[in-house]
Every structure is written in C-alpha cells, then in structure tokens.
Design a binder for this molecule. Structure first.
Ligand code: SAH
Length: 289
C-alpha cells in the first residue's frame, strides 16, 4: 500500500469549505488524502463525491466507509455527464501525479524507479509512453518536448530518441532517462522536462484541465468555489487566465472571479514533503452577478 501526503491540506480546507453541510466534489481522489480531510470537516448531512481516472485508486476509495461519500472511476472530461445538473458548494483539483503512480515502478512514470515505460494515469488509454516514443515522428516528439516540457534542446533530444530506437526499442524509464542524460550539471535532473512532456502528452493533461474548468463553473452553486492546486507554471497559467475569462485566445464569461492571492506551501511543508515544492493554489468563486 502506498501513502500520499496531501498538499496544502489546511489551506485547501479553509478555502474550499464555506458551508459544512454542503455538497463537494474532489476530482483528483488519488490516495484520498484531501477527500478524507474534507469529510472530517463536514457535518453529517453534507456529501462528498470523488472521481479519479486511475483504476488502481478504486480499491483505496472503497476503504472509505462513509455514507456521505461516493466514488466514481472517471476522467475530468466526463464530469458533466456524470454530475449533469448537480450543484456543488466546492470543487477541488489537486493536479499532477499521485505517489501511487510515481512510486510504483511498474506504472513507468519515474526515472528514479526503473520500470517499463508507460505513464498512463488511466490504464485503459490506448497509447502509452512506450507506444508513442517508439512510433511518433521526430518532429512531433520535438514539438512535445518543446511545448509541454519547455525543453530548449527539444530537437536534439527528439533526434536522440529516433537514433536510439533504430537500434532497439525504448523500453524502460531508465532507457528514456539515458537519452535525456548529457552529462550537463544542473540542479534539476536532466530528464525532468522530457518525462513531464511525455506524461502530459500521454494523459492529454492540458486539454483535460481546460475541459474540467469549463464545466466546473456550471456545476457550482452561486458563491460556490473551485480550488485548483497546480504543479507547474503552464497549468497555473491556464487556471489564472481561465478565471479571467481567457482560454486559447478567446474571451468569454467564466462566471468565476479570483479570490485572494495565490497560496504556496510553507517552508516546513516543503521540507517534509518535497512533492509540495512547486504547488500553487488558486481559488475561483462563482458569481452570477
Ligand atoms: N489529492 C490526492 C492526490 C491527487 S494526485 C491525495 O491527497 O491523495 C492527482 C490524481 O489526479 C491522480 O490520482 C490522477 O490519476 C488524477 N487525475 C489526473 N488527471 C485526471 C483526469 N483528467 N481525470 C481524472 N483524474 C485525474
């Protein structure tokens, strides 16, 4: 069994729960860290729904024997279908990867635990990191490294991928880490950008976030809140602009207004839980006015 320290847990509870008898939705159940604490802070007549696209998570969700709690295996892009006309007081997104995914070598997410390249959060997705890296065109790989990984040497690394797979397919996270290794000395592991890019591509992460934000406002009560914890600037920028009514160059009425300033984890939290390091929490509030 894996465990996962929920990021900015007190800050999340304080910003999300304004009505202790309300209805809440946790869109990133993971190992349930946030969900459990939300339940601890709600009254007996409240409710919490949760979803996650990782099948492994189902068994963790089943452990919560609480009549106020309901779990569904689903992606963000399905929440409109599932919840239809539900009205929530608060919706939470704790983006990024769970420890369940990162620490289990067989899920193929991490260059620190060698395993078969995979990186699918939803195991029913057709294309894994292995399939994509061993078949995609060099120019597509370069684009993904550049746009999603913000990797300046994207073309160089894409070329290395293609050269390497001519000899033998790229099977493991170690194989991919070796491709990204150049001997450069830097603070970050040299494979960080590339692993993130592949993961974001395989899971269609940015489109999922955009979809989720679009439907969230329609699932909130007036004055209901959406709380998003992002883990890098690209995600955070989408959230920030969305609250301002801007998405992919379009202007629209998001029905949300930003509440307060961004919140970051304390130094103590970062020391205890390095995963929290880059977290940024934003709050949006629905206002029909
Ligand atoms: N808050 C959780 C950890 C969440 S980690 C805890 O405290 O335990 C992020 C989770 O979001 C992962 O389990 C991942 O599978 C899920 N996730 C990411 N993108 C998703 C999407 N588009 N649809 C559904 N779940 C998603």
């Amino acid at each position: 069994m894996f465990s996962h320290a929920p990021v900015m847990i007190n800050e999340t509870i304080d910003s999300l729960i304004l009505n202790k008898s309300g209805a809440y939705l946790d869109c990133t159940f993971g190992l349930g860290g946030h969900s459990k604490e939300i339940l601890n802070n709600l009254d007996a007549n409240a409710s919490l729904s949760a979803i996650d696209q990782d099948q492994e998570v189902v068994k963790y969700a089943k452990k919560i024997k609480d009549p106020r709690f309901k779990f569904q295996y689903s992606k963000f892009s399905n929440i409109k279908t599932i919840f239809d006309s539900a009205e929530f007081d608060g919706i939470l997104f704790d983006l990024g990867v769970s420890s369940l995914q990162l620490d289990d070598a067989s899920r193929g997410f991490s260059f620190q635990n060698n395993g078969k390249l995979d990186m699918r959060m939803d195991q029913s997705n057709k294309i894994s990191a292995y399939d994509w890296l061993n078949n995609a065109k060099e120019s597509e790989i370069a684009d993904i490294f550049y746009y999603l990984g913000e990797e300046r040497k994207s073309r160089f690394f894409a070329k290395r991928v293609v050269e390497r797979r001519k000899l033998n397919s790229i099977n493991s996270t170690e194989d991919l880490a070796a491709i990204a290794y150049t001997g450069r000395n830097s603070k970050k592991h040299p494979a960080t950008n590339i692993f993130r890019a592949v993961r974001m591509f395989v899971n269609n992460e940015l489109d999922e976030i955009k979809d989720a934000l679009k439907v969230s406002a329609s699932l909130l009560k007036d004055k209901g809140r959406i709380v998003v914890i992002s883990f890098h600037s690209m995600e955070d920028r989408i959230v920030k602009n969305f609250f301002r009514g801007k998405l992919d160059g379009d202007d629209f009425d998001s029905q949300l207004k930003s509440v307060g300033k961004i919140i970051k984890p304390s130094i103590t939290e970062i020391k205890e839980n390095p995963r929290a390091r880059s977290a940024i929490l934003r709050i949006g509030e629905k206002s029909n006015a």
